[in-house]
Design a protein around this ligand. Structure first.
Ligand SMILES: [Zn+2]
Ligand SMILES: [Zn+2]
Length: 228
């Protein structure tokens, strides 16, 4: 019998009539509905239209206004799925820092759905530094896509060699240098990309990646993260 990844209770799953007769592949969730309901899903009606930051109105948020000044012709079109609250931090810490890779499957249904909604885009997980990869053993964003069965391309490398992002404070992150490099400049022109990262904090990392693809002639760039 299958148990919930988060609470270990046995999951009873009954197919609805619609699911039975839709003949669509059935996406099995690794966690029960009551555990999944504890995560705060970002409703786009009450979020920043550019970066999905959860807020009371639909205006561009402070972070995005700042980026607009710095990159007036590069409007962010970012979608985040869940609020980066205590619950999401708990998940990320089990997955990314404890290294329990079973947790990579938690949001696979969301990722599969977004892949089907963005079929014309090449999914690109943001790479982590060599040092982080050696310590952790995996790139958390890449493994999330892999686990969900979402095809992706590794077109970026991260040559950052200093301390890990999570050890730096917000101010230091805002001014950090371009950490990415394109593997093959020629493979970007006129193609559309969807950049993917586990968490979007200030947007700095995502904008570095976006700026690189923009200058290499990408046709369109969207981005996505689990948390914001
Ligand atoms: Zn549960
Ligand atoms: Zn915003």
């Amino acid at each position: 019998m299958k148990t919930c990844l988060l609470c270990n209770r046995v999951m009873k799953r009954t197919l609805s009539l619609h699911e039975l007769f839709s003949f669509q592949p059935y996406h099995d969730s690794p966690a029960c509905n009551s555990c999944l309901a504890k995560f705060t899903r970002i409703d786009r009606e009450t979020a920043c239209p550019a970066c999905s930051r959860l807020q009371k109105n639909k205006e561009i948020c402070i972070d995005c206004k700042k980026w607009q000044k710095e990159y007036p012709d590069r409007l962010i079109r970012h979608r985040s799925l869940y609020q980066y609250d205590e619950k999401l931090k708990e998940w990320l810490s089990q997955y990314k820092f404890v290294g329990d890779v079973r947790f990579a499957s938690l949001f696979q249904t969301d990722l599969k759905k977004l892949y089907h909604q963005n079929k014309g885009y090449i999914f690109v997980p943001l790479p982590i530094s060599k040092k982080s990869r050696e310590e952790r053993g995996f790139n958390q964003s890449e493994l999330l896509l892999q686990t969900a069965g979402v095809p992706y391309q590794d077109i970026l490398i991260n040559h950052y060699s200093g301390e890990k992002q999570s050890e730096k404070n917000r101010q230091e992150r805002l001014i950090s240098q371009q950490p990415f490099q394109l593997l093959n400049q020629g493979e970007v022109k006129n193609k559309s990309f969807l950049l993917f990262d586990d968490v979007y904090t200030t947007g700095r990392t995502m904008l570095h990646a976006k700026a690189l693809l923009d200058s290499a002639g990408a046709a369109d760039i969207l981005s996505l993260s689990i948390g914001r």
